[in-house]
Design a protein around this ligand. Structure first.
Ligand code: TRP
Length: 340
């Protein structure tokens, strides 16, 4: 092949199907993946194997997996152009995970902050999967020889471990695995909780008004924004690092991100206007962005045959790439092959 496809870098990311994605996931992650399809070969998957490190209701997990996959497509992930699949549909992830676990130090896993956080909360429910989760993530990345992985702060340490494992493997044998680099997406201010704007918007927040789901209806979205916590200053201006302004800063960032305007433009647009009116406008702008996603989602989720066909072909395409890496790894470590 002489086309440019060969020179394009591969970028890879995964999303857990544990809850419906919210505005923070959309602006901070999935929207970037959609945009990156123009310049990279994208590998994108629903990380259902990661989700079972915490006990899940089986029927709900199945439904959420399908929902997350359909939502990725509805947001603009192109199942033909990109490789879009469900992690458990490709058994190479679990297989490479085993081999790489033999190249991961106990101490490295013990130092993972996510593991330390979780284990300090509820020791009783700790399982080995929660401990080895980062090795599975390394397998996800290294199987596709990904050049780049978009990382937020919470995933930096996991990517660092993937790099260490790749280097360790390559040093033990010969260059086999591409050592992935972090890809820092262009800055969208961190999206904060609507009810506690000094905290990050989170899927697991108990307060339903804290976050806006991609599937929330228009009036629900607007209502949540109207309730957003602000301050009593009555000044719609962005003041970095000023905790009192955290609510307004967040709303301005959101408005700028969903409309594609600069924060300064947004400030000018609302100068002298009241908070009530401003909050409603931000809610409406968010609803405008989600509306086409929701419409496309409703269509996709009804068309089970099409969705299944996309998942199947995505998994097959994924396996063609990951199979090559796995075969190389098996050979290098000395596993005997019967396919000559
Ligand atoms: N651990 C990631 C999360 O919780 C999801 C994930 C799994 C992932 N495998 C990955 C992200 C590989 C990037 C690359 O959000």
């Amino acid at each position: 092949m002489t086309n440019t496809e060969n020179t394009r870098k591969t970028i890879l990311s995964g999303i857990q199907p544990t809850n419906t994605p919210h505005l923070g996931n959309y602006l901070g992650a999935t929207k970037n993946w959609v945009d990156m399809q123009a310049s990279y070969d994208c590998v994108c998957f629903v990380a259902d194997l990661h989700a079972i490190t915490v006990r899940q209701d089986p029927a709900k997990l199945r439904a959420q997996t399908r929902q997350t996959y359909a939502l990725l497509m509805a947001m603009g992930m192109d199942a033909d152009k990109s490789i879009l699949f469900v992690q458990s549909h490709n058994h190479h992830h679990a297989e490479l995970n085993w081999v790489l676990s033999c190249f991961t130090q106990f101490g490295e896993l013990s130092r993972m902050t996510q593991f330390k956080d979780k284990s300090s909360k509820g020791e009783d429910s700790m399982n080995a999967g929660l401990f080895t989760y980062p090795t599975l993530q390394a397998a996800d990345i290294l199987l596709y020889q990904a050049d780049l992985v978009p990382v937020g702060a919470d995933q930096k340490q996991h990517l660092e471990l993937s790099r260490n494992i790749a280097v360790r493997f390559n040093n033990a044998y010969s260059p086999t695995l591409v050592v992935p680099e972090p890809h820092i997406p262009k800055a969208v201010g961190k999206i904060m909780s609507l009810s506690e704007p000094t905290k990050k918007m989170s899927k697991s927040d108990d307060n339903p008004n804290a976050s806006v789901s991609v599937l929330d209806e228009r009036d629900v979205i607007i209502r949540k924004f109207k309730r957003a916590v602000t301050d009593s200053e009555a000044q719609i201006c962005y003041r970095e690092e000023d905790e009192a302004k955290a609510g307004i800063n967040n709303l301005l960032s959101i408005y700028a991100a969903v409309t594609g305007k600069a924060v300064a433009e947004a400030e000018a647009e609302f100068a002298g206007r009241g908070y009530g009116e401003f909050k409603e406008a931000v809610g409406a702008a968010v609803a405008d962005v989600f509306e086409p996603v929701q419409r496309e989602y409703a269509r996709l989720i009804e068309d089970k045959a099409h969705l299944d066909a996309c998942m199947k072909s995505g998994a097959q395409r994924a396996m063609r790439i990951s199979g090559k890496t796995l075969a190389k790894v098996y050979r290098k470590v000395g596993l005997l092959s019967i396919d000559n």
